[in-house]
Structures are given as structure tokens and as C-alpha cells.
Design a binder for this molecule. Structure first.
Ligand code: PGA
Length: 248
């Protein structure tokens, strides 16, 4: 079975460098024990604190800008991240889309990441589900438009993170059930294969939204290639349970 990937999205946490190091060191300790790849995405200021060499552990950013350098106050460019050994980056997380990030911007950011050999983890997901399945059209449009700058040659170099917005940060039981995850992953795979051909069958499609140490077993059974974990990735004990399950 293909190796799974577990992404830790710390969002705007923790508050201090000391706490960030404590969490990272705890993850580093157990990281090598399991087969799943782990990608830790801390806030930008903490990226340069983490030095390590481990075969299953990688650094990720939560965002990047599409220009390479210049007068863009407050932005962080992909070459800067690459110089800090960042090998993955979230792109188009719903919390950024909510702040105004469009599919067009997402598409430019994906190209920028790829140009530095940073694997973009492209986040997509509907805001709500309706009974008639109209959300499937929304999802299709969002995926194709976010990937519009991506060629057939590049498609296998991205990861798609399916994160239904309504399932994110629900404080516990709000994750999607495993059969609905399975169905949506198949739908996304078909969109990619229809557009990009058989190379798209190599794309990892992962799930995010209230993944935790209690529901990971059921989420694993949906056949996802990995998970994107927010809240529970800040607890090394819970995060280890998730990584362990995804290594089964
Ligand atoms: P959550 O966050 O696990 O806290 O729901 C997931 C995400 O937003 O990436």
C-alpha cells in the first residue's frame, strides 16, 4: 500500500517559540517510528527554529506569495522558504480564501511553489452541502479553476487536500463520515483524470476537517492518501495516535 501523508497545520499557534520547539521536538521523537510521512506546517517565524534530519519528517509552510521578490510588504516568497528546507506548502486554505484569496491567486501560488520544488498542498472544499448535490458543481469549478495554471506534466507533483469548510474546527464530532469522504475523493479523482489523464491517478488526495485521535480509525477506512490535521496536531500525544493509525 502506498505511503500515507499526515500534515500538521498549526495555524496561528502556539504563542511562543519555546512552545513551538517543545511540540516540534516531541513530534521529532516519534516521527521515525512510523511509516507515514509527517509534514509540520508551523507559522512562518518558527520555520527556521527547526533543524533536523529525518527521513519521514518534513517542513511545510501554511502559505506563500506568488512573486519571487520585491516590494510586497508582509509577504513570504517561495525561494525564501526553499532556502529554509521547506518542502511543502499549504495553498488556498479556506481560512485564507475567507480573507479574500481567489482561485486565480491560488493558481499563481501553486506555480510559484512548483518552481522551487515545493509540493503545493492545494486546499479545496465546499462551504455547505445541499440535498440536490449542487455542491459537487461548486467543488468541480473550484478545483479546475485553482489548478488552471498547472500542466499535465506538473499534475503529479501536487497534493489535493479536500477540506469541507463546514467540517473544519468543529471541536470534536464534526468530521465528515467515511463513506461521504470516500465518495468525494472518487469524485475529485475523476475530475483530475478527466482533465489531466492518467498522470492524475498519482495525485495524493487527502482529507481534512476535525480529524482527531478518536475518529482517525474511521477516516483511515475511507481510503484517503493522508490527512490534514489542525487542532489535534498541537497535541503530540494525539498527533502520534493519528500518525500511527495512518501507518497501519
Ligand atoms: P481542524 O483543522 O483539524 O482543527 O478542523 C483542519 C484545517 O483547517 O486544516
Amino acid at each position: 500500500m502506498a505511503k500515507k501523508i499526515v500534515i500538521a497545520n498549526w495555524k496561528m499557534n502556539p504563542a511562543s517559540a519555546k512552545e513551538a520547539l517543545d511540540i516540534f521536538n516531541a513530534i521529532k521523537k516519534f516521527g521515525g517510528k512510523y511509516s507515514a510521512s509527517i509534514v509540520v506546517c508551523p507559522p512562518f517565524p518558527f520555520l527556521s527554529l527547526f533543524s533536523f534530519k529525518a527521513k519521514n519528517l518534513f517542513l511545510g509552510a501554511q502559505n506563500l506569495f506568488y512573486e519571487k521578490k520585491g516590494a510586497f510588504t508582509g509577504e513570504v516568497a517561495s525561494p525564501m522558504l526553499a532556502s529554509l528546507n521547506v518542502s511543502y506548502s499549504l495553498v488556498g486554505h479556506s481560512e485564507r480564501r475567507k480573507l479574500g484569496e481567489t482561485d486565480d491567486v491560488v493558481s499563481r501560488k501553486i506555480s510559484s511553489a512548483l518552481s522551487e520544488k515545493i509540493t503545493p498542498i492545494v486546499c479545496v472544499g465546499e462551504k455547505e452541502r445541499d440535498g440536490e448535490g449542487i455542491f459537487f458543481n461548486y467543488l468541480k469549478e473550484q478545483v479546475l479553476s485553482s489548478l488552471k495554471s498547472i500542466s499535465k506534466k506538473q499534475i503529479s507533483k501536487i497534493i489535493v487536500a479536500y477540506e469541507p469548510v463546514w467540517a473544519i474546527s468543529t471541536e470534536g464530532n464534526g468530521a465528515m463520515d467515511s463513506s461521504a469522504i470516500y465518495e468525494t475523493i472518487i469524485f475529485l479523482r475523476k475530475i483530475l483524470v478527466d482533465k489531466y489523464g492518467k498522470e492524475a491517478s498519482k495525485v495524493k488526495i487527502i482529507y481534512g476537517g476535525s480529524v482527531n485521535s478518536k475518529n482517525i480509525n474511521s477516516i483511515f477506512s475511507s481510503g484517503v492518501d493522508g490527512v490534514l490535521v489542525g487542532k489535534d496536531s498541537l497535541s503530540p500525544v494525539n498527533f502520534e495516535k493519528i500518525v500511527k493509525e495512518m501507518s497501519a
